[in-house]
Ligand binder design. Structure first.
Ligand code: UD1
Length: 452
């Protein structure tokens, strides 16, 4: 199993490009099931989660096609060529929860879908009741058999409806993606109230519209979807990854660095920029190259991140977009362990998403947790230690902590990180980090962690 060995105490400096968004790309690829014409996506990151998705889509008859000249990096061509299998099996779904995104598109296009129920994961229970409630409101008959969700459209197909899609923690991102995608082919008008406003949903709505759908209100809590008879093929560029951008910004902050990020989706990061300003981290738009005026697209800006030597503590609550994203909570926590005073983080989306607390504590952080709230009492320094990655964003948090710590940090199970960050260590090393990827077996025994 791959492990990172990080020599800490290096200040990051230089320039990195933010890649296309994983969380946007996943539902976009599933939307290829809505048409029998080819769908071409650009700026798709090369990640384990997406490779799992291609495997699943291929089983469902939607194949990845490469056309001459040889496929360029980041370009993905998908083409649904068969509809004979509509069953997303457990062994593929369990490796990647986002497989649930195939449910709405298959149901709408084929009238039938069977998708294994995704289980919980290390960040909590992660139910899908809202997805199912939304699809049922469009007329689908939903049953649960042997751990699989079976959804059947009524005779004549799905029909438009007014749907409230809010739950105890607010809106649902993939639930909105599923119901919105299904409603594009329903008869009549669908209104989704309490829809997710995340930029990834806006990207999906924009691509669906370019395929012939009629969606209005994307980016707001009310989506209005006029159903159409069919959707056609499309070429679409995936938005840059706001979570990756936020992670790089915090990497600059925790190492007291000076980084330029290109292709940075500033418009999707306002809550993060606001909190970081309060901490003493400055993010300013700069030219994308010497002599070139700053980009006017606020989703693809070049920005320079610089910070005060001593960071100030802050209070943060995670919320649905446009609030502070839960997917940046762990990386922010790593950074706040070195702030000058007490910070408070409350997790409102996934109240159990705190497995990184114990690992940061192993490195000398002072963190006290009570339910969904943690108090982080800033320390003068973190000390390198062997630690365990437990989920994708917790892994990124440990990489940040390792880069700032004194001495060597060994992070086990970095396969979690590879699910969401393409060549993370190469890119961080290119701006001054010292991170080596090694096989667990090649480590000295005292750096190994027993399985169990
Ligand atoms: C997506 C993101 C994930 C991010 C999360 C919240 C992808 C692939 N994943 O996950 O990285 O952390 O949004 O921003 O895009 N809920 C219900 N019932 C449901 C669905 C959700 O109660 O049917 C609850 C969840 O338990 C959670 C909240 O709603 O408390 C938000 O979850 P949701 O937005 O659905 O997360 P995902 O779309 O799975």
């Amino acid at each position: 199993m791959d492990t990172f060995v990080i020599e800490g105490g290096r200040r990051l400096s230089g320039r990195v490009r933010v890649y296309g968004s994983k969380n946007a790309a996943l539902p976009l690829t599933a939307a290829a099931l809505l048409t029998d014409q080819p769908v071409t996506l650009r700026d798709v990151p090369d990640l384990a989660d997406l490779r799992n998705m291609y495997r699943l889509l291929a089983e469902l008859g939607c194949v990845r096609t490469s056309e001459p000249p040889a496929e360029q990096p980041g370009v993905l061509r998908l083409h649904t060529q068969s509809t004979s299998n509509s069953h997303a099996r457990y062994d593929l779904v369990k490796t990647m929860r986002a497989s649930i995104c195939t449910l709405g598109p298959m149901l709408a296009k084929r009238g039938f879908a069977r998708v294994s129920m995704p289980g919980g994961c290390s960040i909590g229970d992660r139910p899908v009741d809202l997805h199912l409630r939304g699809l049922a409101a469009l007329g689908a008959e939903i049953t649960l058999t042997a751990g699989d969700i079976t959804a059947k459209a009524p005779q004549g197909g799905l029909r438009g409806a007014t749907i409230f899609l809010g739950g105890a923690s607010g809106s649902t991102v993939l639930g909105t993606a599923n119901v919105m995608s299904a409603a594009t082919l329903a008869r009549g008008v669908t209104i989704i109230e309490s829809a997710a406003c995340e930029p990834e949903i806006v990207d999906l709505a924009n691509m669906l519209n370019a395929m012939g759908a009629r969606i209005r209100g994307q980016g707001s809590p009310r989506l209005i979807i006029e159903g159409v008879k069919e959707l056609h093929g499309v070429e679409h560029t995936v938005i840059p990854d706001r979570i990756e951008a936020g992670t790089f910004i915090l990497a600059a902050a925790i190492t007291n660095g000076d980084l330029i990020l290109d292709n940075c989706p500033m418009d999707a990061l306002l809550a993060v920029v606001d909190k970081l300003a309060a901490m003493g981290v400055r993010i300013a738009t700069v030219p994308s190259a010497p002599g070139v005026p700053p980009a006017i697209d606020p989703m693809r800006a070049s920005v320079r991140v610089t910070c005060d030597r001593v960071l100030k503590p802050v209070e943060v609550t995670t919320q649905p977009h446009p609030g502070f994203p839960t997917d940046i909570q762990a990386q922010l926590m790593a950074t706040l362990t070195l702030a000058d005073g007490n910070s408070v983080i409350t997790e409102r989306i996934f109240p159990e998403r705190f497995l990184h607390v114990a690992e940061l504590s192993r490195m000398g952080a002072k963190i006290y947790r009570q339910g969904p709230t943690v108090i982080i009492s800033g320390v003068k320094r973190l000390i390198g230690a062997p630690v365990m990655a437990s989920d994708l964003r917790a892994s990124a948090c440990l990489v940040l902590a390792g880069m700032a710590a004194e001495g060597t940090t060994v992070i086990h199970r970095v396969y979690h990180l590879d699910r969401g960050y393409e060549r993370m260590e190469d890119r961080l090393n290119s701006v001054g980090a010292v991170i080596k990827r090694v096989d667990d077996k090649d480590l000295p025994p005292d750096s190994r962690i027993a399985e169990g």
